[in-house]
Design a protein around this ligand. Structure first.
Ligand code: C2O
Ligand code: CU
Length: 463
């Protein structure tokens, strides 16, 4: 694996331009959907749930009957799902039993800088670190993943990612599908050879032609003929998905990165970029028992990247869940008083992805921000030649997307967001308020192969 703090490998251009072979041909829908187990606290105090997690190499059965070496949280691929309650603290101690350093970042969380998982705040081999999550924000589908600078892309690719569901009473009272009918789905791609070896090359997304859902190749999921809340996560380093059901029937989008939308949005498909989450309620009661319904990715180029998973309707069921017409009003972020511009670009000379012409430098502060300020950021993607999409993620905050190329956004982007895609040559404006915590946080492209070469900046929030 790439040594942390080592030289940045030049980003090979042929990786961006494409080409390459596909992995082994595996039969689609041969494996049942795996639902990552709920993490168990080792201790619970009056205020806090304590977890203890080892970070180490382990084996996972990704291809049926074949063992693959992966990096794991507690031996699980992906990691166990942490369930948190708003207002109750979670403290996770990670013990790094790998030979290389790591960092754990809770993506989408509003936390103190010391617990954010800054890319230089390393847990060295053999060391441990406790992160404390106050869970003061609204219910949302968060996720935790590796984030040591330069090695984040490879470590996440090799397995260091898991889901973190923050629940709250307001959401629970809505009557949405819950329990076994509330299912997180972590989508990602992988380049795996016939021997089960995960092949990682920086920017090698063209060769990552095997799709995994919760760590298994194109699984089937036996569902009851009723409503399900499905939480789609894009845990791929670079791949975007445009998801729809085989019969192009509609469903309701109810949530985004930062939790519930103001109101459900009826849609027949949605886009999901790396780092993003989209929650949808699909009602399988309209299908007769026996129906098999493939979830398609319209951005895939071959069968193995077009067919994500399959829903098999196997039984009837009663259903007292509902999707109310009003979910959760957007937070009022106040009146913006500061405007900033950020430009994302591939620097061909240096073979690195940069922000505002600069490679990430943890010793440099790129944005000085006054605590409590509401700002508008205009994010531009200058990569038309070659044409490369980027998607910017800001730590600490949930923002609102005002427009893309001057046009208002809709669908799941009408909810609170922490990651947003900017098309080649395009621009996106976001409104964001920085409050609650001071200190240094990063913002970066969530195409992790890009951020690993330097497409990351640092903001310092001060009183
Ligand atoms: Cu999910 Cu800084 O990232
Ligand atoms: Cu990028």
């Amino acid at each position: 694996l790439t040594a942390v703090g080592g030289a940045v490998a030049a980003f090979p251009l042929e990786r961006i331009m494409g080409g390459g072979e596909s992995g082994p041909r595996v039969a689609a829908f041969a494996t049942a959907l795996h639902i990552p187990p709920a993490a168990k606290p080792v201790h619970q105090s009056a205020t806090t749930d304590f977890y203890f997690v080892g970070v180490h190499e382990a084996e996972a059965e990704i291809l049926p009957g074949v063992k693959s070496k992966v990096l794991t949280y507690d031996g699980k691929f992906p990691g166990a799902t942490i369930h948190a309650k708003r207002g109750r603290e979670v403290a996770v101690t990670y013990v790094n039993a790998m030979a290389e350093s790591t960092v754990v970042h809770l993506h989408g969380a509003h936390v103190a800088a010391a617990s954010d998982g800054h890319p230089t705040d390393l847990i060295k081999s053999g060391d441990q670190k406790q992160y404390r999550y106050p869970n003061t924000q609204q219910a949302a589908s968060l996720w935790y993943h590796a984030h040591a600078h330069h090695s984040e892309a490879e470590q996440v690719y090799r397995g260091l990612a898991g889901m973190y569901l923050l629940h709250d009473e307001a959401e629970r009272s809505l009557g949405l599908p819950e329990g076994e009918f509330d299912v997180p789905l972590l989508l990602r791609d992988v380049h795996i050879d016939a021997a089960g070896k995960l092949v990682y090359t920086a920017g090698g997304f063209e060769e990552r032609r095997t799709l995994l859902v919760n760590g298994r190749v194109q699984p089937y999921f036996r569902v009851s003929a009723r409503k399900y809340r499905l939480r789609f996560y894009n845990g791929s380093n670079e791949r975007a998905y445009r998801l729809r059901l085989a019969d192009t029937s509609s469903f309701q989008l109810i949530g985004s990165d930062g939790g519930l939308l103001p109101a459900p949005v009826t849609a027949t498909s949605f886009d999901l970029w790396p780092g993003e989450r989209v929650e949808a309620v699909i009602d399988f009661s309209r299908y007769p028992v026996g129906t098999q319904l493939v979830l398609f990715n319209d951005l895939g180029d071959v069968e193995s990247t077009q067919q994500v998973m399959r829903f098999d309707v196997t039984r009837t069921a009663t259903d007292d869940s509902r999707v109310p017409a009003v979910l959760r009003p957007l937070q009022d972020l106040g009146t913006p008083t500061v405007h900033r511009e950020v430009e994302l670009k591939l620097d061909l000379q240096r073979g690195a992805f940069v922000i505002d012409g600069r490679i990430f430098d943890p010793a440099r502060v790129d944005q000085q921000i006054k605590l409590g300020t509401t700002e508008i950021w205009t994010i531009r993607n200058a990569d038309t030649q070659p044409s490369i999409p980027h998607n910017l993620h800001l730590h600490l905050v949930q923002f609102q997307v005002l427009d893309r190329n001057g046009k208002p956004v809709g669908g799941h982007e009408s909810g609170p967001k922490d990651t947003v895609t900017i098309p080649p040559g395009g621009n996106v404006r976001i409104k964001v308020r920085f409050d609650g915590h001071e200190g240094r946080y990063v913002y970066h492209c969530h195409m992790l192969d890009h951020s690993a070469t330097g497409m990351m900046g640092q903001m310092e929030i001060k009183r």
